[in-house]
Design a protein around this ligand. Structure first.
Ligand code: ADP
Ligand code: MG
Length: 465
């Protein structure tokens, strides 16, 4: 029987000094002692194992391709990844200067950061999509790693290590790239022999490439192009020379994020049409040449985002192995996004405690066509149901307006600033820790506020169009 691969991510505490290998063994024996693992889930019950309790912050059983909600030990091939996120806050600047300190061109064109990074913890889970975009992308990256490990002849089977995410602004493309890079760094730090199905292991002599470090390099396309307009072609080349240097270290995996790539590559079409100076042409050509060189490297992945795929140079588009459209959130995704936002402010004591139904629950309420009478307002269960249904109705409205993830995430702030009033918050002493009785405002007040904020959004977008 083939087993399902299940990834388990073990995040260590900041001050943990235990060896990763030893933690992995402890986690492995703990998991083998339980009958079934729910997938995905947050693992608990390990805190009475002293070695784990002292070092481990969190153990996550990640989503898997397996359709079942839980698996037994016999049904899964465990991949346990132990990691400690780096807290290097200050991103290293990657300057493009020629080395001359007085060089006026010494402006930041890219930033580098070590992964996994604290700043990106939780980002993956916070992104909600209707179709399985996240798993699809992760699977693609795993697939390229299999080919790299197998030393596939690039003349026969080739790919460019380029992924392009495109779609309307505010749909989480930049965030998704960072989250993917973070995931990848967690999964790469220790790779074991079992992630491959048996047939692949039989077919190939896999040599594992181990990557002890992962770095994320973000290129700011706008600054690259505008700052050094007259010689940006050379500068792209210089930037990529530095990337090549990074990639020289074979145990470092480098994820290159080219954000809003259209600003770099839109130029060529213009240049060809004779409406842009030929400098634009040089930039794109330099970029394409450099990308072609990078594809020989095993330890690099290029992720690009764009709000405007039509503006992208076709030669660049052609190099992308995966072109993924990232759509505006569906009604269901919107519900999850709004729910996670509400739950967060409940957790922080700004809203009085209430259970906001999960999507599945609220869908059942919705199917049962349950209406809640006013008299039920004191019954916590009835209130929770009512709040869920109202939130679902709000989600439907947001969907009709085609609101982006970014617009949704700021609804609570708008609601507070414009409709609830910061003064009202202080009156009810919401801030957690200040007093035991402090309870915050009610969820219903917040729903009112958010509904008004959505109505205002509708009016404002009416004026724009
Ligand atoms: N599908 C989504 N699910 C959850 N949050 C989202 C989603 N789309 C966007 N967001 C939120 O909106 C914000 C902006 O996302 P960003 O990655 O900058 O979008 P883009 O690069 O597509 O313009 C992020 O903070 C993110 O949390
Ligand atoms: Mg973006």
């Amino acid at each position: 029987m083939d087993k399902w691969t299940v990834h388990v991510e073990v995040r260590l505490k900041e001050r943990a000094s235990a060896r990763f290998e030893s933690i992995r063994n402890h986690v492995h024996s703990y998991i083998t002692s339980v009958d079934r693992l729910a997938i995905p889930s947050l693992l608990d019950g390990w805190d009475d194992i002293p070695e784990l309790a002292s070092s481990v912050e969190k153990i996550t059983v990640c989503e898997s391709q397996c359709p079942a909600p839980s698996l037994t030990m016999e049904e899964m091939a465990l991949q346990i990844h132990v990691y400690k996120p780096s807290d290097s806050e200050a991103f290293e600047e990657f300057s493009n200067s020629s080395g001359n300190r007085n060089d006026e061109d010494d402006t930041m064109a890219a930033t580098v950061c070590d992964l996994p990074n604290k700043n990106y913890e939780g980002l993956w889970d916070s992104l909600v999509y209707a179709d399985d975009v996240k798993m699809k992308l992760l699977d693609y990256i795993h697939a390229t790693l299999i080919f790299s490990d197998a030393n596939v002849d690039l003349n026969l089977v080739s790919w460019n290590r380029v992924v392009l995410l495109h779609g309307p602004p505010g749909t989480g493309k930049t965030s998704l790239c960072r989250a993917l890079a973070q995931k990848l760094s967690i999964r790469l730090s220790h790779r074991q022999a079992s992630p491959f199905p048996l047939w692949i292991r039989h077919l190939t002599q896999l040599q594992f490439n181990r990557y002890s470090h992962t770095r994320l390099l973000e290129i700011n396309s706008h600054s690259l192009f505008s700052k050094w307009f007259s010689e940006s072609g050379k500068l792209v080349q210089r930037l990529f020379n530095s990337i090549t240097e990074l990639v020289e270290e074979e145990d470092v995996f480098v994820v290159v994020l080219i954000d809003e790539v259209e600003s770099l590559t839109a130029a060529r079409a213009g240049a060809m049409a004779g409406t842009e100076p030929s400098d634009g042409l040089r930039v794109v050509n330099a970029l394409l040449t450099q990308l072609d060189k990078l594809k020989q490297r095993k330890n690099v992945l290029v992720m690009a985002t764009s709000n405007l795929v039509k503006a992208i140079d076709t030669a660049f588009l052609d190099r992308a192995d995966i072109v993924q459209y990232v759509d505006l959130p569906s009604r269901e995704a919107i519900y999850e996004i709004l729910r996670s936002a509400l739950c967060e402010i409940i957790l922080k004591g700004i809203i009085m405690p209430i259970i906001v139904p999960t999507l599945k629950e609220v869908q059942i309420y919705d199917l049962m066509n349950s209406s809640v009478e006013k008299s039920d307002a004191t019954d916590p269960q009835a209130r929770s149901k009512a709040v869920g249904l109202r939130l679902l109705a709000l989600a439907t409205q947001c969907r009709e307006q085609g609101m982006s993830g970014r617009a949704l995430r700021r609804l609570p702030v708008l609601a507070l600033a414009r409709y609830i009033g910061i003064g009202n918050l202080f009156n009810t002493q919401v801030f957690s820790g200040t007093s035991k009785e402090s309870q915050g405002t009610s969820a219903e007040v917040w729903l009112d506020g958010m509904e008004k904020a959505v109505r205002e959004h509708v009016q404002e977008s009416g004026k724009l169009s």
